[in-house]
Design a binder for this molecule. Structure first.
Ligand code: ATP
Ligand code: MG
Length: 440
């Protein structure tokens, strides 16, 4: 992508409305624009990062056996009347009437709709287990939307819903998502800690929030420090291995970790003081086993091996991609801007032409841009007329992992400079060596 033909509305000044660093940097880097309170457009640079986050979420959901579909944002109130949640949901739900005065709503979540899809066609235990997910916009009329897309009113959610014949099977489905979440957050460059969450009236040990530590997080968290050493499930994890997945779950829930709602002071104080971690965190995912809470009122049943009808056991599993993007920035930035992990960087590298219009610099940059693009890299080429200093500042701000700097002096020797955004380390090499290094 040539920057001269791209849409990257960088802000020079720090936006006053931004209270936390990720919000400030997303606005400054031209990633998002607020359209009304808690409602955002994702501008091209932000959209690239969001797409990469979604691609990783999707890969890990698919690996764990979940199947993607797409449900609408607008739902009929009737479904929610069936489950009893239409009245309960309160002011967070945006209620709408269509031209026939039929009550509709902008979905805050999809348990009812997916249960309706399930009951309309699944009739036998032989079709189970089943896990359906989508990545779709939600709307919740939050009392206090803030911190940009971290807590917005319209936001993207990956929500998956599992259906099983028995509670034991449902726990296995839960463990699949548990392991998939550990892998997902790790691939996004984050260390997320699963914490027991409130299950409300259902009880049991089967709801976990995945929290990443950050000073600006809205949750207060208490945990054992040992989480940093736990292994992330490998890529070849066998998701059909019931005992293997249970062992992963047991390991990751073997030490104390809780948010303030579930905090047990005595259990926390039993941890040796040097191993105690009391911090703030951001909830990036939440998984839940809730049994027959929806299958019962909505009549979602299958015929079991015994020939009788059984209500299905369900779980739901959410991740917030539009919250993850700022969460990644909270975890990875410096005073000059964002430092993207390679896995979600909007571009793999940026070619900085220090003197656009200089024949030798232009030729060197064209060569680099062409060769790297041809090799399948996402390359941003800063071919604008800006001063070199402005180009360096932009490259640092938008956080592309590798900067390739072509200035008249080095290009005269057939060389360019490579700068690592994260470490700041610089290396001079020939154009050919740079191409080989980055493609290799
Ligand atoms: P919170 O406690 O932060 O309000 P929640 O518990 O209501 O969130 P869930 O229903 O568990 O949220 O939603 C699943 C995931 O969707 C959350 O873990 C989070 O990543 C994301 N999410 C929820 N609400 C928002 C929001 N207002 N803005 C952005 N992402 C959100
Ligand atoms: Mg939650």
């Amino acid at each position: 992508m040539r920057l001269s033909r791209y849409f990257l509305p960088i802000l020079k000044e720090n936006p006053k409305e931004a209270e936390i660093v990720s919000h400030r940097l997303m606005l400054r880097a031209g990633m998002i624009r607020q359209q009304s309170q808690g409602i955002y457009s994702w501008l091209p640079l932000g959209k690239r990062v969001l797409d990469k986050v979604n691609a990783i979420i999707r890969e890990e959901q698919n690996r764990a056996g979940a199947i993607e579909l797409l449900m609408p944002t607008l739902q009929s109130a009737e479904l929610w009347q069936e489950s009893g949640r239409y009245e309960d949901y309160g002011k967070e739900m945006l209620r709408i009437k269509d031209r026939q005065e039929r009550p509709m709503l902008y979905g805050p979540t999809n348990e009812e709709m997916v249960t309706d899809i399930f009951r309309s066609s699944v009739k036998s235990y032989k079709d189970l287990p089943l896990n359906l997910y989508h990545i779709q916009l939600k709307f919740r009329d939050e009392i206090r939307p803030r911190f940009g897309t971290m807590r917005s009113r319209e936001f993207l959610m990956k929500d998956a819903y599992s259906f099983d014949l028995t509670q034991d099977d449902a726990i296995h489905s839960y463990n699949k998502m548990f392991a998939a979440y550990l892998r997902t957050f790790s691939r996004l460059g984050l260390r997320a800690i699963p914490m027991r969450a409130d299950t409300g009236p259902i009880g049991g040990n089967h709801s976990h929030e995945f929290i990443i530590l950050a000073d600006t997080g809205e949750s207060e968290v208490f945990s054992h420090k040992s989480f940093v050493d736990f292994d992330i499930p490998a890529e070849d994890t066998d998701f059909d291995d019931v005992a293997g997945l249970q062992a992963i779950f047991d390991k990751w829930t073997s030490v104390y970790a809780a948010t303030s709602e579930m905090h047990d002071e005595a259990a926390f104080n039993a941890i040796p003081e040097t191993d105690r971690l009391s911090a703030r965190g951001i909830e990036v995912g939440h998984i839940f086993y809730f049994g027959t809470k929806y299958s019962e009122p909505m009549g979602a049943k299958v015929q079991g091996p015994d020939g009788k009808e059984h209500l299905v056991h369900m779980g739901s599993y959410g991740i917030g991609p539009t919250r993850l993007v700022p969460a990644i920035i909270e975890a990875s930035h410096d005073e000059n801007g964002i430092i993207w992990p390679d896995s979600v960087a909007p571009f793999d590298c940026v070619v900085i032409n220090m003197k656009t219009g200089d024949a030798a610099c232009d030729a060197a940059c064209d060569r680099l841009y062409g060769a790297l693009t041809k090799a399948g890299k996402d390359v941003l080429y800063d071919d604008t007329d800006d001063r070199a200093g402005t180009k360096f500042a932009t490259a640092d701000l938008i956080g592309v992992p590798v900067q390739i700097i072509a200035g008249p002096r080095s290009v005269a020797n057939g060389e360019i400079e490579i700068k690592d955004r994260k470490t700041g380390a610089r290396e001079t090499m020939t154009i050919e060596a740079a191409i080989n290094k980055l493609v290799g």
